[in-house]
Design a protein around this ligand. Structure first.
Ligand SMILES: [Zn+2]
Length: 232
């Protein structure tokens, strides 16, 4: 039985039987993995307080049952736990973890997605104006898994879309203003994109909601944190 060591973040933790946890990690070498942390719930000594979100961990794992591995050991490389002390940071940090959980496939390495996760958690921990980076994070995460909406050219007439257009969830792309108006109610969206960071807060929130709907449509997964983050 070979042990393997990798770097990872906790995405999700659920109680398993009485004493254990099953942890969903996003790791640098194996992508998303599920691990049983035996006796972690019963004995706080075994893993200390280290099986928590917003900690960059070094984990030692062993093959387990089917796709579930055993967590043997873990240590903290870097803590971003300050996120837990600020409701806004905690909300958006949790949203990011759920985004990665929903977008990623089990045991498929994706170094770009791991690096995006790490840099986004770091950003949320260190900066104050977090909301600006969320649509950009969503867009980059979609790009990492090959689900990027096409935002350069109009999917209907092929013309370049420079500043604004209408994002169509079903078409997976953007329509220019003219085509958007012509096709009427079928095209969802509004002024979107490109100036990700320069939008006002209301537009940013709309963009987040739209990209979340886009992601739900293309992954078929629900976002539990969505309602929580949208209450602002
Ligand atoms: Zn067009």
């Amino acid at each position: 039985m070979t042990e393997q060591i990798t770097h990872a973040f906790v995405l999700k933790k659920i109680v398993y039987k009485e004493a254990d946890y099953i942890i969903s990690f996003y790791s640098s070498d194996f992508g998303k993995i599920s691990c049983i942390a035996r006796s972690a719930k019963k004995s706080s000594k075994r893993f200390g307080g280290r099986l928590e979100p917003f900690l960059n961990l070094k984990i030692k794992i062993k093959p387990g049952i089917r796709h579930i591995k055993y967590l043997e050991d873990c240590s903290i490389i870097k803590s971003y736990a300050d996120i837990m002390n600020d409701l806004d940071k905690y909300k958006w940090g949790s949203f990011i973890l759920e985004y990665i959980e929903n977008l990623s496939e089990a045991e498929e390495q994706n170094r770009d997605l791991y690096e995006l996760l790490q840099s986004s958690i770091e950003y949320i921990c260190e900066k104050n104006d977090i909301i600006n980076m969320i649509p950009r994070f969503q867009y980059k995460a979609l790009r990492c898994v090959g689900l990027t909406p096409e935002l350069t050219a109009c999917f209907s007439c092929g013309r370049d879309v420079t500043d604004e257009g209408y994002l169509s969830i079903r078409q997976g792309g953007i329509a220019c203003i003219e085509c958007g108006k012509k096709s009427g109610a079928k095209v969802e969206g509004y002024k979107f994109i490109k100036k990700f960071d320069k939008n006002d807060k209301q537009t940013i929130m709309k963009n987040i909601a739209l990209l979340t709907r886009f992601t739900k449509f293309h992954t078929g997964k629900e976002f539990k944190s969505e309602r929580f983050v949208m209450e602002n």
